[in-house]
Design a protein around this ligand. Structure first.
Ligand code: PLP
Length: 273
């Protein structure tokens, strides 16, 4: 695998990042996962905008987006595959042990992994831990993902592929790596960004293309919603057929099926919507 590091392509087996990189020692970094279809990145402009916002939120220098675009193109060219996930990682760089940043510039790594289209339906669980809707990192796509890893492993232990969080005031927020939509009385809703969820790119496109409403929703809405679905770069729009012990037979229901269809049609037509 050829990856991008230090301004050029390198072999992933021999590429080296400092053991004092703050992305490793304190999780001081940000990232993007970008879907690539036949070597072409999907919604790259939106991902690069969010990368810049996350960098600013963390107080990192703005990433050089020309370099990031060149890196993505070079990595995609060097590793042809039908469906891939580009991973752009940008950290505070290496410095002294501790939380203060040193003078070294940031580290940029762009890598690629092969991926598969997700099944149309999946199971999700809720977890008792909360997302902080007013934290320093709220809304930023940082590499501090350990909480998500813990929640996701609980989901896997219960035969589910996603874990859903409420925020600190008990409102439905998001999954470990996805946004959530519910159907109530035939209408589509998703938690607003003020719930503390990430501004998912698939979420934004789905809201734009379906007219879903952004609504404060209590976590227990999952006990009565007619339909539930998840959105993310790697799931696209994915129906949920079970939340905790509650089965949602017939998933994808009509509203979800329509959202899936719209997403497939629109996203297939435009790789940078
Ligand atoms: N929420 C979290 C916490 C995520 O990590 C992600 C994606 O990784 C999403 C939501 C979905 O965002 P996107 O649609 O941009 O992939």
């Amino acid at each position: 695998m050829r990856i991008w590091l230090d301004g050029g392509l390198q072999d992933s087996e021999s590429a080296r990042v400092s053991v004092f990189d703050h992305g490793l020692t304190v999780g001081d970094g940000i990232f993007e996962t970008v879907k690539a279809v036949d070597g072409r990145p999907f919604a790259l402009t939106r991902h690069l905008d969010r990368l810049t916002l996350s960098a600013r939120g963390l107080g990192l220098p703005d990433p050089d987006l020309d370099e990031v675009r060149r890196a993505c193109a070079a990595v995609l060219d060097a590793n042809p595959m039908p469906l891939g996930r580009l991973r752009i990682t940008y950290t505070g760089g290496h410095g002294p042990l501790g939380s203060d940043r040193g003078e070294h510039g940031p580290t940029l790594v762009v890598a690629l992994g092969e991926t598969k289209r997700r099944p149309d339906t999946t199971a999700a669980i809720t977890v008792p831990w909360t997302r902080n809707e007013r934290g320093a990192l709220t809304g930023l796509k940082t590499t501090s993902y350990a909480e998500n890893v813990v929640a996701l492993s609980r989901a896997h232990g219960q035969g589910a592929s996603e874990a859903l969080f409420a925020n600190t005031v008990g409102q439905l927020c998001e999954g470990t790596g996805s946004n959530v939509f519910v159907v109530l009385d035939g209408e589509l809703h998703t938690p607003p960004l003020a719930s503390g969820c990430l501004a998912g790119i698939t979420r934004a496109l789905t809201v734009e293309w379906t007219g879903a409403k952004e609504t404060d929703l209590p976590l227990d809405v999952l006990e009565r919603a007619e339909e539930v679905f998840l959105t993310s770069t790697l799931r696209d729009v994915q129906a949920v057929h079970r939340v905790d012990d509650r089965e949602l037979p017939g998933a994808p229901g009509p509203v979800t099926a329509k959202a899936m269809r719209i997403f497939d049609e629109r996203a297939g037509n435009d790789l940078d919507p």
